[in-house]
Design a protein around this ligand. Structure first.
Ligand SMILES: C[S@@+](CC[C@H](N)C(=O)[O-])C[C@H]1O[C@@H](n2cnc3c(N)ncnc32)[C@H](O)[C@@H]1O
Length: 266
């Protein structure tokens, strides 16, 4: 008798048991398509065979986790948003708050996002006023982030004068300068299962929840709202949208920037 083949449902259940990562919370079609593509590349034609292969090979499992987490990122991703933050949001927060500003970059990938935030605040001469916590589930991305070493492509549309001031070069690599590096603390953190970082003045969660199912997005918005101080800001990605911000005590200020209000509409 040939061993039974598995469908995607069965694979998700086994994978969750093995790794604690719940693929059920991610958009099914998109995720299944990506996994099938990889299975084809790895010459593992069905989900059971593929799972057994991953379970038996830590390097294959690491490659798979890395593939799953889609950690595309770059410095100054969406110039318009950073321009607004520098001209309005950061300025307003720095004037209103007396002490350190606590900023959480949730799903920070290779670190381009938290370092961009730190550069933007340094331009406002306020690096000494901030503390950035940057978290991600992907160990490999966090390794790059902590190293702070990037290719020219990962610098994205960063202006030349910024590159000259905030990076040193090492062959083809661009290394973020220690002054910027020191205000960012990286942590391994699963947004779906680990507790949030409380009392934040700002949370950046950009190009992360686009991959999650609507009910998981709502779960995350609820958590982010709870982790923000009243008057604090949530910044999401340009391809993301919150259809009912008031349900989470948020109000839209600009483009993809939302502010936490006192009153909740629930
Ligand atoms: C496309 S990147 C976004 C990076 C950055 N925020 C940006 O906008 O350039 C998405 C990141 O979300 C992370 N991620 C996915 N699921 C996660 C989870 N459950 N907990 C924490 N991070 C997660 C991935 O590892 C990946 O690094």
């Amino acid at each position: 008798m040939s061993p039974e083949t598995w469908d995607y449902m069965r694979f998700k259940a086994a994978f969750f048991k093995k790794t604690g990562l719940d693929l059920e919370r991610y958009k099914d079609k998109q995720m299944e398509r990506r996994i099938l593509q990889l299975m084809q590349r790895e010459n593992k034609p069905d989900f059971r065979l593929f799972f057994e292969y991953l379970a038996g090979s830590p390097p294959a499992m690491e490659r798979f986790m890395n593939y799953l987490t889609i950690n595309t990122s770059e410095f100054f991703r969406d110039e318009k948003v950073y321009k607004h933050l520098q001209e309005k949001t950061f300025v307003e927060l720095l004037q209103r708050e007396q002490g350190l500003l606590k900023i959480w970059s949730a799903g920070c990938s290779i670190g381009a996002e938290p370092y961009t935030i730190a550069i933007a605040l340094n331009i406002l001469k306020s690096l000494g006023r901030i503390k950035i916590i940057a978290s991600d589930i992907d160990d490999k991305a966090l390794e790059t982030a902590k190293k702070g070493q990037y290719s020219r492509k990962q610098l994205g549309k960063t202006r030349e004068e910024i590159i000259r001031k905030y990076f040193s070069t090492d062959g083809d690599n661009y290394c973020i300068i220690p002054e910027i590096k020191q205000v960012v603390t990286f942590k391994r953190h699963n947004l779906l299962t680990d507790s949030s970082f409380p009392d934040c003045h700002m949370i950046f969660c950009r190009n992360v929840f686009i991959y999650f199912k609507p009910e998981t997005q709502e779960f995350l918005l609820e958590r982010f709202s709870g982790a923000l101080k009243t008057g604090g800001y949530l910044v999401i990605g340009s391809a993301e949208y919150i259809s009912n911000p008031a349900n989470f005590g948020l109000t839209k200020c600009f483009n993809t920037i939302y502010q936490k209000m006192n009153n909740r509409n629930i």
